[in-house]
Design a protein around this ligand. Sequence first.
Ligand code: SF4
Ligand code: SF4
Length: 201
Amino acid sequence: MMRKPKLRELGEAIKAVIVGPYTSKFPAQMPEVPERYRGKPNYDEKECVGCGTCALVCPAKAITMVDSADTKMRRLLCRYDTCIFCGTCQANCITEKGITLSNEFELSALTRDAMQEEVEKELLICEACDEIIGAVDHIRWVARKLGPLAFGNPLLMLTTLQSLGSADKMPSIDKDQIPLKRGDRIRILCPKCRQETGLVI
Ligand code: SF4
Ligand code: SF4
């Protein structure tokens, strides 16, 4: 026995013929994305200072931080194929604008390697032992935050003066002359080497 369509369904069918389907026309027509939508994370090279906090807090381990002593560069790589779009990186970014979740949602790619976002930052290296101290932009950011207080710390003072072009580079430390002398305190040194300069009489 043929069942008669219910009135509600009949009404829906007539409405669909007149106004078109309810579903979006994506990809022919891009849908409107809500303002607070959490899409692809994007680095802003100018705003990111390379502190590495986003890599530390990412619960999905989608962000990795790799320091290269050879190239003297820090690389932060965000893989949005493993990102869960939680927004923790953005919420904890020390500059608040270094990484932000955009409205981009169409993230398909042919390879997983194409699904990544990265930023590179120059590293500050200890003049005496070649140990990595941190990202240059991060040290400068700390100095800017401290204002005049930064001049109480030789590392912050020197990086600030060098960024202003007010400090000439000192001759390199003669590595054969180590241990360091007291006069070496006013140099770019890692905490361990700086401590050594304080132990010398
Ligand atoms: S949104 Fe969440 S999962 Fe994605 S990179 Fe940021 S912290 Fe990691
Ligand atoms: S400044 Fe922000 S985006 Fe850049 S490394 Fe630090 S937390 Fe990540």
